[in-house]
Design a protein around this ligand. Sequence first.
Ligand SMILES: OC[C@H]1NNC[C@@H](O)[C@@H]1O
Length: 447
Amino acid sequence: MTHKLQFPADFIWGVATSAYQIEGSPLADGAAPSNWHRFCRVPGAVLNGDTGDIACDHYRRWADDVKLMKELGLKAYRFSIAWSRILPNGQGKPNEKGLDFYRNLVDALVANDIEPFVTLHHWDLPIALDDLGGWANRDAAHWFADYAHLMFRTLEGRVQHWTTLNEPWVIMDAGYMHGVHPPGLRSLEKAPVAAHNLLRGHGLAVQAFRADGKGQIGLVVNLEPKYAASNGPEDAAALARAHAYMNRQFLDPVFLGAYPDELAEIFGHDWPRFPEDDLKLIREPIDFLGINYYTRSVVRSDPTAAPLCASPVAQTGAEHTEMKWEVFPAGLKSCLLWVKRRYGDIPLYITENGAAFADPEPKNGRLEDPRRVDYFRTHLRAAHEALQQGANLKGYFAWSLVDNFEWSCGFARRFGLVHVDYATQKRTPKDSASFYRQVIESNGEEI
Ligand SMILES: OC[C@H]1NNC[C@@H](O)[C@@H]1O
């Protein structure tokens, strides 16, 4: 049953991808290896030993993929730039062929009336910078700002929507706390420092943008609303810690100029004293916030799970995706309204929302994925409810255009609106692509 939902006339409908997950050709035309190119080669780091060496071969098939986006009726395309194509050493002399790739991609998008939304950094750091300590090195903020400034100048006038970082929490938590992403560290000392330098880099890039960029700039965070397993005080305290660590750690400094108090409790003597000037820089005003939403978590107090001492409680009986994430559309609405309540009326985009399900193989050019259609339907309805309750929501980007490299899960998890046969690189739009095209054509009426 479809609902007649009215989205604002200027609502932006798009899809999202990221460079390392779709491009392939990681060393082509002067590009240098990234941290992910190297990390994939660590035995056991990625399921089935998958790498981004080919991925969706987008680096070579980009023109056809833009045609595919046009056929899907997309109005916007969120993608990231591979820093190691632009500055093979991470700093210094630009690689013109790397710049040309993104100039050509952006020109093709604009020629097809598809608005480019550019993410400057979606986790793939040049290994030269990783070898200098990566985000744990205080200089990383300046390396990033110089790279950002170069991209602002290169694409000036062609790109109106920029975001500095994608999900800095994942870079910190997976790369520096749990060692399951590069640089593969488990360091209570380095994790908060990396998080802080990511935010400093964000602030410096925003300053560089204000100096000579045109358009709008924002930040993309992943938010996961936390629910207490019980009404007891221990679980309430666990929820506060988990919420501060995942959802407030980056937004409080950016919008309120201070870290949550819970972080000092979580990191203990490893929690650094940051210079006041840093927090002033981090609070450089932005034009919009991107929110990536997938699921919620229910948490309980767990003294054995240091340093957070909060553990998730499985929601058996609820529907889950192949990522073992609970399908919980109400969490999207609560995220959007929480941001407005806590941080004010900043314009918001849902910059990622989608699901991996065990899709069947395409048959006669068609692939039925009813669970993904239903996931989008329920989450778009939740987004609309948030809009009706005052969320300043400007757009929605489905994750993802195509099946792609899902980091440590490799190619075993498929999020695409479009199926990719990795042996032939054949693209097959799934039923969810047809559903999304109808949503876009009707501006949300056909949900
Ligand atoms: O796990 C699905 C997505 N989540 N946000 C970041 C993306 O790179 C992931 O593929």
